[in-house]
Ligand binder design. Structure first.
Ligand code: NG1
Length: 402
């Protein structure tokens, strides 16, 4: 790959003025619960989206992607921006432009070049990295504040432009992560509690090769999970209030989980919910407990305890949230058989990646098992170095003058 500055010169005929870098992320635990406003526990990756750019004196954005799979994008910034064809990556570029134009007076766009080494549609948040990178670029050149907490929420709102009713995890971690750390993220108000990842812990990422394209068919499944979780919450809370077990109905999952013991809540929920809604509800409240447990285990450097929670999370995602598939289950099993302390699907599921935790001295065994027992059986795969790697907990987004 040529350097981003070289590509910029080739495309735009001059050198760029600014460089923006936004990392992808891997969620360690706390899946399908950020949109229920419950805490999650991700970390940022060493892989990132980078944009080299020069501000323009008009409101055009002209962004060239240095990846043959994605064509260039060109549009004028404005609050009325219409999305391109469904599934088009340009919508992730338009999303922050529209949201920021809706909130602020933006007179300047940019000429840019985008490079990325985050695997696409794999649950590692390549899409939010693009949204954040374009958002940061536009905010910087239009002198809009990018204080992490507010800006992450604005970017989360922006990304819903593509049609997925996502939570706020991805934008918060890729903007606010610290070096060598994971972060427990809680919402309303957004707060990041940084936890150092023990040196001896290695998180292996393995891509199933099955595309989890959230702007495609998966979008409806994802949005359905969100709607089911909300419906389950409403029914449980209304019945609790109706039976006089609580005073005023709670307004959010965090309030409910804070007030009631999980097991007692589950016994009650099973009585009032249909089977599917009960499964979703059980996933949400038990996953919330696992997040708190996992944060404590990382602080205590208890790798076995953390691994067990990852296993339990995968089981819950498979059985209750029902977002796993055969390839993800197989990868998880191969990683565990190869010596991982625990493994689980990461991101929205239905394809994409798993994350496995290994002690440093066992990580080569885990990688070898995945190569031999998963990848070799599927024949040659393109971009193999993007598919299987050890995650390095990395710092969040940055902007530099070139
Ligand atoms: P992925 O599939 O990694 O982009 C999505 C959502 C998250 C979260 C996870 C499931 C977006 C941008 N991201 O992540 O908010 O809900 O699924 O835990 O919608």
């Amino acid at each position: 790959m040529n350097s981003i500055e070289e590509v910029f010169k080739e495309v735009h005929g001059c050198l760029p003025a600014l460089g923006v870098r936004v990392p992808g992320r891997v969620n360690l635990i706390g899946e399908h619960i950020d949109y229920n406003d419950l805490p999650v526990f991700p970390m940022a990756l060493q892989r990132s989206v980078r944009i080299a750019l020069s501000p323009r004196n008009d409101r055009m954005v002209v962004l060239h992607s240095d990846d043959d799979r994605f064509s260039s994008v060109e549009f004028e910034i404005g609050p009325e921006l219409e999305p391109s064809r469904k599934g088009s990556w340009g919508n992730y570029v338009k999303a922050p432009a529209k949201e920021l134009a809706h909130r602020f007076n933006m007179q300047r766009g940019f000429d840019g070049v985008l490079q990325s080494d985050i695997p696409v549609a794999s649950g590692l948040s390549s899409s939010s990295a693009i949204v954040n990178a374009v958002g940061l670029a536009l905010a910087h050149i239009n002198e809009i504040s990018t204080e992490t907490r507010d800006f992450a929420s604005v970017m989360a709102e922006a990304e819903r432009f593509v049609g997925t009713q996502g939570g706020g995890m991805d934008q918060a971690i890729s903007l606010g992560a610290r070096d060598r750390s994971a972060a427990r993220i809680s919402f309303h108000p957004l707060r990041l509690q940084h936890v150092l990842v023990p040196d001896d812990w290695c998180f292996v990422i393995a891509d199933s090769g099955e595309v989890a394209e959230k702007s495609g068919a998966l979008q409806a499944e994802y949005n359905l999970r969100r709607a089911q979780c909300e419906q389950a919450f409403e029914i449980v809370v209304q019945n609790l209030a109706h039976q006089g077990r609580i005073g005023d109905p709670f307004e959010s999952y965090p309030e409910l989980c804070e007030a009631l013991d999980t097991q007692r809540m589950l016994v009650f929920a099973e009585e009032v919910l249909t089977e599917t809604l009960y499964r979703r509800f059980r996933h949400v409240v038990t996953e919330a407990d696992r997040v708190e447990g996992a944060v404590q285990q990382m602080v205590a450097a208890d790798i076995r305890g953390f691994g067990d929670l990852m296993d339990a999370s995968h089981e819950s995602l498979r059985m209750d949230c029902q977002v796993s598939n055969a390839a993800l289950d197989e990868l998880v099993q191969v990683a565990r058989d190869g010596g991982a302390m625990g493994a689980r699907l990461t991101g929205a599921g239905f394809g994409g990646c798993v994350v496995a935790l290994a002690e440093r001295h066992r990580v080569d065994d885990v990688l070898a098992a995945l190569r031999v027992d998963y990848y070799a059986r599927r024949g040659p795969m393109e971009r193999m170095n993007e598919r299987l790697f050890v995650a390095v907990p990395s710092r969040g987004a940055s902007i530099r003058q070139i």
